[in-house]
Write a protein that binds this ligand. Structure first.
Ligand code: ME8
Length: 623
């Protein structure tokens, strides 16, 4: 049987690491993919939209261990945050792949074996910078001044046996592919970057690690696990049941891999090389979008400025979040998240312009036409040609924008129609119109514009679109591109007046709620803290310091040296034998030249130690 491929559309997001909960960056890519998937469904295509999670590797293994959890148990907990967020945001994916699933692991093993059979894998020595306490290898690119980028401690040059993939063998093939397909990587700046990187020469890459246990073992050599490149990238075909699955035959090659700009090389060089080695076609497009910063700064846990999309949804609703993310930032460029800007866009564009338009016209139809869609005139009044032209042109403009993934421009175009409709009502003042026919005509035209606006907004704001369509009296409605034509709205249909679409939000002054909330520690952050009872074994002064004492504290299975600023309150002699509360899993710090491997909990500006009321064993967890 021949499989009809022409009308299919296969779109993917990166699979996200589950070492933490999703933030607006992950949300952005997934919402953009959902918008594109919905638009392609509107075009009548058979869409397969894949997202998922990247669950193996050292970082996840370590985070799990620091929480006293088995990695599988830990990833099972975190993945729920992704699944529930996507549900709240109405992400209609076709499949959600997890790299810890058996179906994925089976395919990764097949891929590895095929590359081996092809002669593209060999065993060699991987050399890199190694952080001994962290048990992590780093590349030259990641290490500055011989310091571990994670903990800041000195790294050492180390060698490890590893499997390598012959990336260098595919240099010419990749170069040819890039040169023949100048649009295959977008935006253009990324394409140029990749092209010159490939021209400079490709080196073979290591594809296994001995030091990582939480991963898929190399077939026939279980001391090694398969490193992220092959494991993660294979998700795009494992979800399709490569090599023999029907889905694979139907949907591969991917029409578009949406990724953030930092993983472009990974997708535009390593992945096509693996595919060439497997004898498969490369993806048709890789689009690398830009990065969100928050109030001008990089989002990071240590800065405490990571934006939790759930808080935004609680406050503004799922559609407003989807809208803001895609309207604010040009797809492909970087953008800045600001709650002030969010509220301003929400109030002016969603509440004033869109919300008011819908509300106003429904009120007019209710008042003058008994809550029904008024009669449509057979012939268009020549005074309305310009307005109807604007509305009717929208579908062509949208088509062009979606073709180029210009989401924010598509929204600009929809808003031009919303503004034109508001202006048309103001100019024609149907409430003053004496001629009933003309009054009907004006109100019909606006209601029809509203139907087209709702249809065009469907990929971006599906809940809002569905509400508007329901208000226009539809029970079943097909969100399709054909329904973007003017003149389809049926006269006589009974309209509904539901709740207001977007209630205005009061302006929040400088200290926004998000910035207050961003200082809140969630349960996951708290669980990460290892807080225990410690017994002070010795305390001594630190020469040259009038505040600090050096303590040796027994925290159960080990003793820690801790530097504490309590000299003014306590004499070293009185501290011996005291039980205190200690945070045990902080990175060691050097204070006044003395190493400190933990922190005491104390209260007040002249800190007084927090001491348990009764005797508790050293090492006991504080919860
Ligand atoms: O890289 N702005 O996973 P990850 C915009 N598992 N987008 C952002 C962002 C930001 N500030 N931060 C993250 C991985 N993203 C690998 C991918 S794919 C085979 C393996 C989005 O959890 C963006 O899409 O670090 C970025 O590429 C992705 O999240 C990285 O997610």
């Amino acid at each position: 049987m021949r499989i009809l491929k022409k009308n299919k559309f296969y779109i993917t997001t990166p699979i996200y690491y589950v070492n933490d909960k999703p933030h607006i960056g992950h949300t952005y890519t997934t919402v953009a993919a959902d918008v594109l998937a919905r638009w392609n469904r509107m075009l009548g295509k058979d869409v397969f939209f894949l997202t998922g999670t990247d669950e193996h590797g050292q970082k996840i293994e370590k985070t799990a261990i620091s929480l006293g959890k088995d990695p599988k148990e830990f990833v099972n907990e975190i993945v729920k945050f992704y699944i529930s967020l996507w549900k709240r945001l109405n992400i209609e994916y076709s499949d959600f792949i997890r790299t810890s699933e058996k179906r994925h692991e089976d395919v990764v093993l097949k891929v590895f074996k095929k590359l081996q059979e092809k002669g593209d894998i060999y065993k060699g020595i991987y050399e890199g910078w190694y952080c001994i306490p962290d048990e992590t290898f780093w590349t030259d690119f990641q290490v500055k001044d011989r310091k571990c980028p994670e903990c800041g401690r000195e790294v050492e040059r180390m060698k490890e046996e590893a499997y390598f993939f012959r990336l260098s063998k595919y240099q010419n093939k990749i170069l040819n592919w890039l040169e023949k397909n100048p649009d295959v990587i977008e935006p253009k700046s990324r394409y140029n970057e990749i092209l010159s990187f490939v021209k400079n020469g490709l080196e073979d890459i290591s594809i296994s690690r001995k030091s990582v246990k939480w991963g898929i073992p190399v077939p026939g050599d279980p001391n090694h696990t398969i490193y992220v490149w092959i494991d993660a990238l294979s998700n795009y075909i494992s979800a399709l049941d490569y090599p023999n699955g029907k889905k694979f035959k139907k949907y591969w090659p991917a029409d578009i891999h949406l990724v953030g700009k930092e993983i472009t090389r990974f997708h535009a060089i390593i992945w096509p090389a693996i595919l060439f080695s497997l004898g498969l076609e490369p993806p048709k497009k890789i689009f690398a979008h830009g990065w969100w910063t928050v109030e001008g700064q990089k989002m990071s846990k240590s800065l405490g400025n990571v934006i939790d999309p759930n808080i935004l949804i609680d406050k503004f609703g799922a559609d407003a979040v989807r809208y803001y993310l895609l309207r604010e930032m040009m797809f492909g460029e970087d953008g800045n998240f600001s709650e002030k800007e969010f509220i301003s866009k929400y109030n002016t564009q969603l509440a004033d312009e869109l919300g008011n338009l819908v509300n106003r016209i429904l009120i007019l139809a209710e008042k003058y036409f008994n809550g029904k869609i008024p009669k449509k005139n057979k012939k268009i009044n020549k005074n309305d040609l310009s307005f109807i032209g604007i509305v009717d042109n929208l579908k062509v403009k949208l088509g062009a924008c979606f073709e180029k993934l210009q989401f924010s421009i598509a929204l600009d175009e929809i808003w031009k129609v919303i503004q034109a409709a508001n202006k048309y009502i103001n100019d024609n003042k149907p409430w003053e119109e004496k001629d009933e026919k003309r009054k009907a005509e004006v109100i019909y035209n606006v209601l029809e514009a509203v139907r087209i606006i709702a249809t065009s907004l469907y990929p971006f704001m599906p809940e809002t679109s569905e509400k508007i369509i329901k208000y226009l009296g539809y029970k079943n409605y097909n969100f399709s591109k054909d329904n973007l034509d003017f003149g389809i709205l049926k006269s006589g249909q009974k309209i509904l007046r539901g709740e207001i679409l977007f209630k205005k939000i009061e302006e929040i002054k400088e200290n926004t709620n998000v910035s207050k909330e961003k200082n809140l520690v969630d349960i996951l952050d708290f669980k990460k803290m290892d807080i225990r009872i410690g017994k002070i074994e010795t305390a001594e002064e630190i020469p040259g310091s009038d505040k600090l004492l050096k303590l040796i504290v027994n925290i159960g299975e080990e003793k820690r040296q801790i530097v504490a600023g309590i000299k003014k309150q306590y004499m070293p002699g009185e501290l011996k034998g005291k039980n205190i509360v200690v945070i045990c899993n902080l990175k060691p710090a050097i204070i006044k030249g003395v190493k400190s491997e933990g922190m005491l909990l104390a209260a007040g500006t002249e800190p007084i130690l927090i001491i348990p009321e009764r005797d508790v064993k050293p090492g006991e967890k504080v919860s």
